[in-house]
Design a protein around this ligand. Structure first.
Ligand SMILES: Cc1ncc(COP(=O)(O)O)c(C=O)c1O
Length: 417
């Protein structure tokens, strides 16, 4: 048994899942190949408990935009640690981070800080309901684990069970889920119930895989026409799709938006904000938590945002992602496989087959072979400022070998079949 497997045994004895985060649950089919526990990380590489290093494209599920342990972020955190982590009143850093954040995101007039993406989305929904005096909520994608995002009419994410999930059935009547890009469903819902809807909470791009500008613009028009607040969940798109996230990328200003992940390069901080008149309602709505002003994360956010503002981080992740996509496509072509890279360069996806079962099987073999070759990845591949051309080229080499094995094991992928 490897150290990783031994740890997993101990973990499962003490903790359901053996971990805290759904996307960090080990894939037992990949035992011995997929590292179940990570000991340390640096730049774009992570080291498992066996001491093996991997080139990482998981970015700790999105937060690592500058690379692990970016020196300027680490220095800012260390300097703040000498002053203290949490005080009995606010720290000046709250003001300083709010100033940088509002200067970078178009139309973001006021903000408040929280800890997780789920917190920020839950707070934005409470605020929108208070501001509009309406109860109904429209959601679009995964927004966190809280009750409002784990119920409703319409299908949720496939890995999210509704039945017996602990959320009162009565809440289903207050939430409708719309699939990203399903303009017809949204139009029908707004025509029927527009006057009851407080807010539509949506991702501007679907896990960065699909960016449907006409859907985003239409949702802005529909929500405005019905007095509904539009909230962008920018937890993953913020500072990755563009410096100003979906707001900047699509040129659409929602009433509120939420941030986490890349905001502080891995330190736990989230934010929600938007229109000043809406945010002023927070004087009547109690959104409060002891740790939201924790200063190490605020110091990390300030340093991260300044680097995002002053250095070509966004251009870099787009160009590295595009190089990865081109490399994958060229390798697939050389091998005669009908596979292609999809998604947007900052969050690359791959498509092997229109047949869902074959597509899944191919992904499994592909990732298995990448782990074997020291590449740690899942869907989507997330790029960071630390990935250099040589890292991408190393990955493309491993991808070509992995693809060859995918082709051997899954014959239906050969072109001409
Ligand atoms: C789009 C989106 N919204 C919200 C969340 C929830 O954020 P957190 O896990 O920090 O609560 C996630 C997390 O993956 C996300 O991707």
């Amino acid at each position: 048994m490897t150290t990783s497997e031994q740890l997993y045994e101990r973990a499962r004895r003490l903790m359901p899942w053996g971990t805290q985060t759904n996307a960090k649950r080990p894939d037992e089919r990949l035992a011995g190949l997929m590292p179940f526990f990570i000991e340390r990380a640096d730049g774009c590489r992570i080291q498992d408990v066996e001491g093996r290093w991997y080139l990482d494209y998981r970015a700790a599920l999105g937060p690592i935009i500058l690379g692990y342990r970016h020196p300027a972020v680490e220095a800012a955190v260390r300097a703040q640690m000498d002053k203290g982590i949490l005080f009995s009143m606010a720290s000046p850093l709250e003001v300083e981070v709010a100033e940088v954040l509002t200067s970078l995101v178009p139309g973001l007039e006021q903000v408040r800080f929280m800890k997780t993406g789920n917190d920020a989305n839950s707070a934005a929904v409470r605020l929108a309901r208070a501001f509009t005096g309406r109860d109904h909520l429209v959601t679009c994608s995964y927004h966190g684990y809280s009750d409002w995002f784990a119920c409703g009419e319409g299908d949720g994410p496939t890995w999210y069970t509704r039945e017996g999930n602990g959320v009162p059935i009565a809440l289903d009547a207050l939430v409708t889920r719309i699939d990203y890009g399903d303009t017809a469903a949204a139009e029908a819902l707004f025509a029927r119930r527009g006057h009851e809807i407080a807010a539509m909470l949506m991702v501007p791009a679907d896990w960065c895989g699909v960016a449907d500008a006409s859907f985003v613009h239409r949702m802005r028009a529909l929500t405005s026409a019905h007095g509904v607040l539009l909230i962008f969940d920018e937890i993953l798109t913020g500072f990755r799709l563009a410096l100003g996230g979906g707001r900047e990328y699509f040129g659409v200003t929602p009433d509120l938006s939420t941030y986490a992940k890349a905001l502080a390069n891995g330190y736990p901080l989230s934010a929600f904000g938007g229109r000043r008149d809406v945010m002023q309602k927070l004087y009547d709505v109690l959104i409060t938590t002891s740790y939201a002003g924790e200063t190490l994360s605020l110091a990390a956010a300030k340093a991260t945002l300044e680097i995002l503002r002053d250095e070509p981080v966004i251009e870099h992740i787009w160009s590295m992602g595009a190089r990865l996509q081109q490399g994958f496509d060229a390798a697939a072509q050389r091998l005669g496989l009908a596979a292609r890279a999809t998604g947007l360069p900052p969050a690359v996806q791959f498509h092997f087959s229109d047949d869902a079962e074959i597509n899944e099987a191919a992904h499994h073999v592909f990732f298995r072979e990448l782990y074997r070759r020291g590449i740690f990845a899942a869907r989507p591949f997330l790029l960071s400022y630390a990935h250099q051309q040589a890292d991408i080229d190393e990955t493309i080499g491993a991808m070509e070998e992995a693809l060859a094995i995918v082709g051997e094991e899954i014959g239906a992928l050969q072109t001409g079949h």
